[in-house]
Write a protein that binds this ligand. Structure first.
Ligand code: ZN
Ligand code: ZN
Length: 279
């Protein structure tokens, strides 16, 4: 699998979709307006780092995609992290602004370690960390992970991989993309946001493949979003169905679907991997 190209136009599409959904769903407006500001920053960071890397071949990139982020590379990112923290302190809801202030007050070594720790564990072993604690390194590292994924080629897979073939991250979301008369199921990585093909009837948490134990719920309010549950392990994955709404931008439509998160919690389901804002 060769990663899809990402660039300014993808970020612009996310920002536009966030603005559209904010006017459509007042309950999600605050979350989406904040996300737009984060995505503007990510777009700039992506472009800056891409420029730094231009001319270097993929083999010559000093930052291996995983598992490690060398200290020298992390140190180079610290001034950009400072700009990001300033933005979050000004724009974020109080809990996230406080998290940004706490990171701002760390010394440079601790900030570097925070980036390195997230780069190693993000999307793989971060489920024990709450969404607020991981927000800062996750939002900051996301464009870097997207960029490095585009410069990586996964080894050919023998069977459908459970986790991202490029970086080992867990699935964040399912995506149904139009193919023939139906939809092809793909998974989007929680760390590098790349997609890979996935079996249609299969729980990514426990491997349940009996359709009767994998009920799918769709709310009237979001006809293009499927809550794909598993009765065996009680984990669910949210899937954005692009055959139902071709304008959807999976990453952003997921952030807006706050009522579906509440519904799943009330019914005893736990999400496989939370989104950036825990919505
Ligand atoms: Zn990945
Ligand atoms: Zn399961």
């Amino acid at each position: 699998m060769k990663a899809a190209q990402v660039g300014a136009s993808e970020y612009d599409a996310r920002i536009r979709r966030a603005d559209d959904l904010a006017s459509k769903h007042p309950f999600a407006a605050e979350v989406l307006r904040f996300y737009s500001q984060v995505a503007e920053f990510q777009k700039k960071l992506y472009a800056e780092v891409k420029k730094d890397l231009s001319g270097k071949s993929s083999e010559g990139v000093h930052i291996p995609f995983r598992p490690g982020l060398p200290a020298a590379e992390a140190i180079k990112l610290l001034p950009k992290l400072t700009s990001f923290l300033n933005l979050i302190e000004q724009a974020a809801p109080p809990a996230l602004a406080a998290a940004a202030r706490a990171v701002s007050n760390l010394d440079a070594t601790s900030q570097r370690c925070l980036l390195q720790a997230y780069w190693e564990l993000g999307g793989v072993n971060d489920q024990l960390v709450g969404p607020f604690a991981q927000f800062i390194p996750r939002a900051f590292a996301q464009p870097l992970a997207e960029l490095f994924a585009t410069r990586t080629t996964a080894p050919p897979a023998m069977s459908t991989p459970h986790d991202c073939p490029l970086c080992g991250g867990q699935p964040l979301l399912g995506v149904l993309r139009p193919e023939g008369d139906g939809g092809k199921r793909r998974m989007m990585c929680s760390f590098c946001l790349q997609e890979w093909d996935y079996r249609r009837i299969y729980c990514p948490a426990c491997g349940e493949a009996d359709e009767k134990k994998l009920p799918v719920y769709v709310a009237e309010q979001f006809p293009h979003i499927r809550v794909e549950t598993c009765e065996t392990c009680k984990i669910y994955v949210r899937t954005i169905d692009l055959t139902k709404d071709g304008n959807a931008v999976p990453l952003v439509d997921d952030l807006a679907a706050i009522p579906l998160t509440l519904w799943a919690q009330e019914h005893g389901y736990t999400r496989l991997h939370s989104n950036l804002l825990g919505t």
